[in-house]
Structures are given as C-alpha cells and as structure tokens.
Ligand binder design. Structure first.
Ligand SMILES: O=c1ccn([C@@H]2O[C@H](COP(=O)(O)O)[C@@H](O)[C@H]2O)c(=O)[nH]1
Length: 272
C-alpha cells in the first residue's frame, strides 16, 4: 500500500486510528475458548465490528509467539482475513526486529512475503545494514523505533551523544539510507512534546504513535505537535479498545471505544 492510499483512506474514514490486536488468552471472553481457534475468533469479531473506524491494525507478534504454533497460525489467519476482506486497510506487524543483514532479510521475507503485512516495526540499534534489508522491499514500509512510549526510553534514546540526543541521530541518519522514503517512525504518545523537534527532522513522515489509552498519552497533544498537512499520524490503541468488555458483547464494546477515538479524530480533522 502506498502512503497516498493511506492518506486517502484517512480522508474517507475521517480516522487515523490503528487498532492493536494484542490478544491475551486470559483476557478474552470465556465463551470463545470453545472455538477451534479462540485468538482468530476474537480478532475476526473485533475486525468485523471496527473496520469502518480504523485505517490500520497492528498485531503485536509477541502475543502470538507466546502461544507457539497455534499463535503463529492465528496471526497468519488474521492477516489473511484482513488482506482478503479489507485490502484497503494498512497492516503493521509490530515485531521490533533487526539483526545482521542476512538475518534481517529473512525477517523481512517472513513479514512481507510469507505473511503479507504492509509494514513491520524495526529496532535501529544495529544500524544501517540491519534496516536496509527491510527497505529493499520497495512496496512495503519499515517503521523504525525513534522515541518509544515507555519510561526506559530515557535510558538511551534521549541521551546526548556528540551533542545530539540519540533519537534525533536515529531520525537524521535513517534519512540517508536507501529507499528511506518508505520509512515511518514510532513515537510514543507519552512523549508528545518531543514531536515539535521530531517534526523539524522528519516533517512529512508518517508516525506510528502508541500510548494513548492504557498508557495515558493524549490524542489532542499528539495532534497539536505532530500532525502534518497529510495528517502523518497513525494513533494506536490496543487494550483500551479490544478489552473494553470481557462479556459476549466484547465486539460492540470495542466498537464503542473505537468510535470515541474516531469521533475525536474527526473533530480534529474538521477543525484544521
Ligand atoms: O513505544 C512503543 C512501541 C510499541 N508499543 C506497542 O504498542 C501497543 C500499545 O498497547 P496499549 O495497550 O494501547 O498500551 C503494544 O503492542 C506495545 O507493545 C508501545 O506501547 N510503545
């Protein structure tokens, strides 16, 4: 999917919401445990109830890997379901990969070729040759961790090295990499005030912004500091939406939470 397809979808749906599919078997409604594949059954219901409100879905692969082969199968069925029924929706494998070059190529093949995701999250720590194998897939997007939502972001990412914060060096340096136009960046909603500086370095890039809802980040602050003329933001909420209810009405409850965010987004878009 191209960035302009994503922008078009945002305009059509008046939403820049990304729903995180972080499925914890201990949190899903008990009646689903009778299904042959409870994780996929949960995801299918959430997608069916929310696809008109969201422009992206982001399964975090940890929540599938934790269940071994069954979890991976559920991830595969989920991405196939999205690609077959909602090919216009942007898909993100939140896998936070990155390794020496030949290994990164295999990660990229796994998420782009085998599973068919539009994008994958990648850690920048190992540098250019660990990220460029993802960027070699020119019809896909690589979403680089820049400034993450957790407290530990202050351990390294904001440290000054040679006069510049590390996250700024990540942003600046990544722009020199082959096919860098297909880069997006993760910036936590809990770090909204940093967005003003981030926009000076990457004025037009799309940012994946997790951390609203359960982690306490503010949607309006993120938009104030981070929105571009093409919106440039994908705001993720996982637990706040998918675990709105643990009863049989879970999908309707998830849709009700997604509508709240979508309506705030629509109001922000209309006020521009
Ligand atoms: O900086 C980061 C990078 C990734 N995440 C991931 O996003 C979701 C957030 O889930 P919530 O339930 O909405 O808090 C989750 O998959 C994280 O691993 C992040 O939170 N921060």
């Amino acid at each position: 999917m191209t960035t302009s397809d994503l922008v078009q979808q945002i305009q059509n749906k008046k939403s820049f919401l990304c729903i995180g599919l972080d499925v914890d078997i201990d949190k899903i409604p008990k009646h689903l445990l009778d299904e042959e594949d409870p994780i996929f059954a949960f995801n299918k219901s959430i997608i069916d109830a929310t696809h008109h409100l969201a422009v992206a879905y982001k399964p975090n692969t940890a929540f599938y890997e934790a269940y071994g082969l069954k979890g991976w199968k559920a991830l595969e069925k989920t991405i196939q379901y999205l690609n077959t029924n909602h090919p216009d929706i942007f898909t993100i494998a939140d896998a936070k990969r990155g390794d020496i070059g030949n290994t990164s190529t295999m990660y990229a093949k796994a998420f782009f070729e085998d599973l068919g995701f539009d994008s994958v999250t990648v850690a920048p720590y190992m540098g250019k040759d660990s990220v460029e194998p993802f960027l070699a897939f020119t019809d896909k997007h690589t979403i680089l961790l820049a400034l993450t939502s957790n407290k530990g972001a202050f351990d390294f990412q904001t440290k000054m090295v040679e006069g510049t914060e590390v996250y700024k060096t990540v942003l600046e340096t990544s722009k020199t990499w082959v096919n860098s136009k297909n880069l997006m960046y993760v910036v936590g909603a809990t770090k909204a005030k940093f967005l003003a500086d981030i926009r000076k370095i990457v004025p037009d890039s799309f940012l994946l912004v997790p951390g609203v809802g359960a982690q306490g980040g503010s949607l309006s602050e993120v938009c104030n500091y981070g929105m571009t003329k093409d919106i440039g933001l994908l705001i993720n909420s996982s637990r706040g939406i998918i675990y709105a209810s643990s009863e049989t009405n879970f999908a309707e409850a998830a849709a009700a939470e997604a509508v709240k965010l979508q309506q705030q987004m629509e109001a922000i878009l209309n006020a521009r």
